[in-house]
Design a protein around this ligand. Structure first.
Ligand code: SF4
Length: 464
């Protein structure tokens, strides 16, 4: 890598990944205290511009946080310092922290902070001190961790490491910028695009990438008989321009819309997406059905929270504020039968509000199709789905797996004239990954990719 500072490029990469986390941001470069802030990276970088420009290192890591464990505080913002030996940031959730805590606490009384990442980082340090080799240390750690993780780290002497769990729940990819001879590892390829770097390949599940003065080295620290890629990355989480595990998110969403049009051929005048993630799916539904697609709902980006994503906000209050800033375009829906395309129904609050706003704007009939199947169980692998009791599909229909019945019950709950949830087969067909390559734990309640059944925790326990 050339001898030029990477701090500004880290900021640019994080801005391209802002859709993955809006709570806090952080940057770690060797020889400097970790720089962190609450809120969005753009505002944080402006406020800290002088400091960021003073960073001279040609290696570093950065993170934007969406919390699944631990509170939204500056202390919990990633990267996290692990005894001055390395800084670590994680995408994912460690589901068995109760197993790690007693082992780690014996040596390090660290638990002022309860984040799973900090625990995993300290356990990794213990293994590294015993093994003096990162691949072996990760191998040992992987045997103990149940959950999902894509870690990035920087050591005190400037080695950058990136590891993806052997199940491959969360994405991680490798890029290269030939102009500056720079290797980049990022959660999604959209960050590489923003940095005008080439996409090299996905980091494979169980691989460890090392970037040091000796160049790029990739080793394997763990194997799994099968992968458990998260389909929610394709329907909601990922950026539409990203390519994840050989499949483009945009293509997947568009095909999912086509799948839903074949499954649920509702008769209507217009197809409208719930912005923004469902837009390619609405296009797909429109193409397959021949019903025109229009923008009947729009995010008002000029308002304070207009550009934020509601689902990844940590509190119900802020989620609702954002949904309220979605506006209805009356001439698109007034006097018409409307098909609304959404990526998921979680608690049902947002869906109910949107349906009501369409009726208020004069929509005659409102149908809804949903690209993700009914979510009935919490996720312990990196997505903040609430406890079972809060999930609408669970409240409406308990454990029954009959989608036709559930469609009727949830339709009544959210006030639509007809509802069509996708199912696992349709999800696999739309994304292009086999059913045996993905996780469906939040749909089926079978946590097959975890090493042990998760301890079912309350929301308060997860966010303590
Ligand atoms: S439980 Fe659901 S959201 Fe969580 S990793 Fe599995 S498919 Fe994705």
């Amino acid at each position: 890598m050339e001898k030029q500072s990477v701090a500004e490029r880290i900021v640019k990469g994080l801005a391209a990944l802002q859709h993955r986390g809006q709570e806090s941001w952080g940057i770690a470069v060797p020889g400097e205290p970790i720089l962190k802030g609450l809120g969005l990276i753009g505002q944080g970088a402006d406020a800290n511009a002088k400091k960021i420009l003073s960073f001279t290192s040609n290696r570093g890591i950065g993170h934007v946080r969406y919390s699944t464990r631990g509170r939204t505080t500056l202390e919990n913002a990633h990267p996290l310092d692990i005894r001055g030996e390395f800084a670590i940031a994680q995408n994912g959730t460690i589901a068995n922290t109760e197993d790690l805590e007693p082992i780690v606490e014996k040596e390090f009384p660290i638990l002022g902070s309860t984040t799973d990442t900090k625990l995993a980082g300290y356990r990794l340090l213990q293994h590294y001190r015993a093994e003096h080799d990162w691949t072996r240390a990760f191998h040992k750690l992987s045997k103990e961790l149940s959950g999902s993780y894509s870690f990035v780290m920087i050591t005190h002497d400037g080695e950058v490491l990136a590891a993806r769990d052997e199940a491959g729940y969360r994405p991680l990819c490798l890029g290269y910028d030939p102009d500056t001879d720079t290797h980049i590892v990022a959660s999604e390829s959209c960050a590489l695009t923003a940095l005008q770097a080439d996409f090299v390949r996905d980091v494979q599940p169980g691989e460890l990438v090392s970037l040091s003065e000796n160049g790029l080295k990739i080793t394997r620290f763990a194997d799994s008989p099968r992968h458990y890629h998260c389909p929610f990355e394709y329907t909601y989480f990922g950026h539409p321009s990203s390519r994840i595990d050989d499949h483009y998110v945009y293509d997947a969403r568009r095909k999912l819309g086509r799948v839903l049009a074949r499954k649920y051929p509702f008769k209507a005048d217009v197809v409208i997406p719930v912005p923004d993630s469902a837009r390619p799916a609405a296009l797909g539904y429109s193409e397959e059905s021949g019903i025109p697609m229009e923008e009947g709902l729009m995010k008002d980006r000029y308002r304070r929270k207009g550009s934020l994503r509601s689902f990844i906000e940590p509190t119900a209050k802020s989620r609702e504020e954002i949904v309220r800033e979605i506006i209805t375009i009356k001439p698109v829906v007034d006097g018409k039968d409307v098909i609304v395309v959404d990526d998921s129904i979680v608690r049902g609050t947002s869906s109910r509000n949107i349906v009501q706003s369409l009726r208020d704007a004069g929509a005659k009939k409102v149908f809804m199709v949903v690209t993700f199947p009914p979510i009935r169980h919490p996720c312990y692998m990196g997505i903040d789905f609430p406890t079972r009791e809060e999930l609408l599909a669970n409240k409406a229909d308990g454990e029954t797996l009959n989608i036709a019945e559930l469609n009727k019950k949830v339709a009544r709950e959210i006030g639509v004239d007809g509802l069509g949830y996708n199912d696992i087969n349709g999800l696999s067909e739309g994304i292009g990954l086999g059913k045996d390559e993905m996780c469906f734990a939040c749909v089926t309640g079978e946590y097959l990719g975890l090493k042990k059944d998760p301890v079912l925790r309350t929301r308060e326990e997860m966010k303590a």
